[in-house]
Design a binder for this molecule. Structure first.
Ligand SMILES: C[S@@+](CC[C@H](N)C(=O)[O-])C[C@H]1O[C@@H](n2cnc3c(N)ncnc32)[C@H](O)[C@@H]1O
Length: 290
């Protein structure tokens, strides 16, 4: 389906045997289906940069079969994601980069379920996995670093950890630790040399960008709290640093479409993969509206 507006993009459903050669040179698309399967069908070396936020482990049930994030153990979760990111590395150009945002979580303290949260409906979980081996109830799991080390072992260059500081973070009711107001973002590259436009984004007084980014969270009206979205400002920075106009920007976990919106605004092409058809529709209408 071709949609009106600039730039044009197609919305497709993944089918076995589908080829995506057309995306190597031109066009943008959203593909509905399982990210790992779609990635495996993509040609080598088509994306300049990847900006993405995978489902967080054990935090949200998006209510759809095949979703990542509900694995019984954190080890299985990290393995599943690391395997998927092997394919991501293959579809990157040799000087391509991956900007990976991933949230952390705490062990459940042996609670087997999480009650619905009115502000954030997707946080209600029917089941929660047991405390991972080697950890205690209430431990911070350290998911981002576990994943970062797994990717490093599989060949990625881990170039930077970035702290996304959220000045407008939601208060927490917990009284025995500081309120969590940051998330990690990792810059990983496929090779030792990679595209990083140091002048594309500057900090205050024109100085070079530092590794703590203060960016307010941004509610996506259409998502009604279903998403752990990152703000467009975050996606935009990564896109400007890691690509040129006309390059293809990939997000294998498109969600509400933030990466695609930011890419289109900045004259890049985008390829967004998303399992949930409702979110595909939401992303398509957000891109059109922007
Ligand atoms: C953290 S959200 C991404 C949010 C996105 N960055 C945004 O700004 O809206 C993760 C997304 O991954 C999707 N997802 C989960 N498992 C998937 C799979 N196997 N293949 C493709 N998408 C999947 C979920 O439906 C969800 O939309």
């Amino acid at each position: 389906m071709e949609l009106n507006g600039s730039p044009p993009f197609s919305v497709r459903e993944h089918t076995a045997g589908a080829g995506y050669e057309d995306l190597a040179a031109s066009g943008s698309a959203i593909v509905q289906g399982d990210a790992h399967r779609i990635l495996a069908a993509l040609p080598d070396g088509i994306a300049q940069t990847v900006v993405t936020s995978p489902p967080y482990w054990s935090l949200r049930d998006y209510g759809i079969e095949g979703q990542l994030g509900l694995e019984a153990s954190v080890h299985e979760f990290v393995e599943a994601l690391a395997g998927l990111f092997d394919e991501v590395r293959r579809v990157l150009v040799p000087d391509g980069t991956l900007w990976l945002n991933i949230g952390d979580s705490y062990t459940s303290g042996n609670r087997g379920w999480r009650a619905p949260d009115r502000k954030n409906v997707a946080r209600a979980m029917g089941t929660r996995p047991p405390t991972p081996e080697g950890l205690k109830p209430k431990d911070l799991i350290g998911v981002p670093w576990r994943l970062a080390f797994a990717l490093q072992e599989r060949g990625w260059y881990l170039r930077s950890d970035l702290v996304w500081n959220k000045p407008n973070a939601q208060p927490e009711s917990v009284g025995d630790r500081p309120t969590r107001s940051h998330e990690y973002l990792f810059l990983l590259s496929r090779g030792e040399r990679y595209r990083y436009d140091v002048d594309a984004v500057r900090g205050p007084n024109g100085r070079r960008l530092r590794s703590v980014w203060d960016l307010n969270t941004q509610a996506v009206r259409e998502s009604a709290g279903h998403f752990a979205t990152f703000p467009e400002s975050l996606a935009e920075r990564c896109i400007l640093l890691g690509s040129r106009e006309g390059d293809l920007v990939l997000d294998p976990f498109l969600g509400s479409g933030t990466t695609a919106v930011a890419a289109a605004r900045r004259g890049r092409r985008f390829l967004g993969l998303e399992l949930n058809p409702d979110y595909v529709r939401m992303a398509a209408s957000r891109i059109r509206a922007s």
